[in-house]
Each structure stands twice: as C-alpha cells, then as structure tokens.
Ligand binder design. Structure first.
Ligand code: G3P
Length: 218
C-alpha cells in the first residue's frame, strides 16, 4: 500500500518525505486555502514546489465544475510537472473530463466518492485513482471503511485497474483498516502516519535494553 500525505504544507511534506516512506501527495482547495495559498499563479507555483519534493504522484484539483473549464484547468495542471495527477470531482462533467484525460494519457484522481456506484463509474471512465472519503462517512455515523472493502471486492472481480486511494483518513487505526480493506493507497495527515510509530512496550523495551547495556559498559 502506498502512503500519500494529505496536505499542502511544505514542511509537513518534507518531514514525511525525510522518513523515506512517502509515495505521493494529495491536496484539495481547502488544504491550499489553509496554507494561505491564494491567486492562480501562486497556486500553480505551490503545486510545482510540492511536485519537486516528492518523486511520486501529486494530486492537484481543478476548480471549474463545467467540462470545458475542467479540461482547460486540467491541461494547465498536467503541464506543471510529470508527477501531477489531475484531481476531478465525481460529477457528470467530471466523469466526462476523466474519460477525456484517460484517452489523452493524463493521470486523474476522481475525488468526493461516497458510494460503490460512483467508484464503478470512475473506473469505467479510466480514472487512475478513485478517492472514497472514509472519515466523512464516519462523520455521518456510517462505517466508512466498509466502502473501501466493497470497492476493493468489485474492482477485483471486474479487473478494474483504477487504484483505490482511501481518503479523509483521520487516524493511525484508519490506516491499518484501509490496508486490511484492500486500499492500494492511503492519504492521510502527518499525525496519522507518525501515530503508527508509537507503542508503550517499544519505549519500555528500549529503556530496558539501554539500562542493561549501561550496567556493563558504563
Ligand atoms: O483527501 C480528502 C481529504 O482531504 C478530506 O479529508 O478530513 O477533510 O474529510 P477531511
């Protein structure tokens, strides 16, 4: 399973990259706004900066909601760097745009997916990634991870090549569950990735090893 970081924060992307386990980055308009990146040119420059840090795929989202606008913006985004993936919302125009980019050999990430039916459409359109939002389904008191399992089962049966990118991940437990449910990629905040590191028995064990070493070696 690939690890993507879900942020537009350069320091956090560098920190995850320095760990040696980062495979890519996802962003969205809310995450860009959170970093105070405003204005078309600044946004494009910011994507370029991110794409230069990581070797893997960087999802950059279109703002347009109509087909022509999505195609226009998607082409500009795809030109920024070889590892840019055009992120497109799950709408009628979005599916049409994904289909267009797929035929042009431009990678896409179909975002805002909340049902297996939507995931089937994204795969049929030739999306490179499909992004089901686990945490936002949990927020509605449904089990978000069930959607990952369902899509995984369907994609396996149908031999769809679209990669399942579990998004809206909120905790280290979500990462473990996404791995079990068959996600090809998980995108998450830095805190969820580093949260995987900790176990009190690791700390206690390390303390004891060092104490035993010091007893004999000073
Ligand atoms: O990748 C999608 C993600 O950014 C949404 O996460 O926590 O806003 O639901 P969240």
């Amino acid at each position: 399973m690939l690890f993507f970081i879900d942020t537009a924060n350069i320091d956090q992307i560098k920190e995850a990259h320095d760990l040696g386990i980062l495979d890519g980055v996802t962003t969205n308009p809310s995450l860009m706004a959170k970093e105070g990146v405003i204005g078309e040119q600044n946004i494009l420059d910011h994507y370029k900066k991110i794409a230069a840090i990581v070797e893997g795929d960087v999802s950059a989202e279109v703002i347009a909601t109509d087909y022509d606008g999505m195609i226009r913006e998607g082409k500009i985004l795809a030109e920024l760097a070889d590892n840019i993936v055009v992120k497109i919302p799950m709408t009628k125009d979005g599916i049409k745009a994904i289909s267009y980019f797929s035929k042009e050999g431009i990678a896409t990430n179909c975002t805002l997916v909340f049902s297996a039916g939507q995931a089937i459409l994204a795969a049929k359109a030739g999306a490179t990634y499909v992004s089901p939002f686990v945490g936002r389904i949990d927020d509605m008191a449904w089990e978000g991870m069930d959607l990952i399992s369902e899509i995984s089962e369907i994609y396996d049966i149908q031999n769809f090549e679209t990669q399942i990118l579990a998004a809206s991940i909120r905790s280290p437990l979500h990462i473990v569950q996404a791995a079990k449910a068959g996600a090809h990629v998980v995108t998450c905040p830095l805190s969820s990735i580093t949260g995987l590191l900790y176990h009190p028995l690791t700390d206690i064990g390390l303390e004891k090893f060092l104490a035993d070493y010091k007893k004999l070696n000073g």
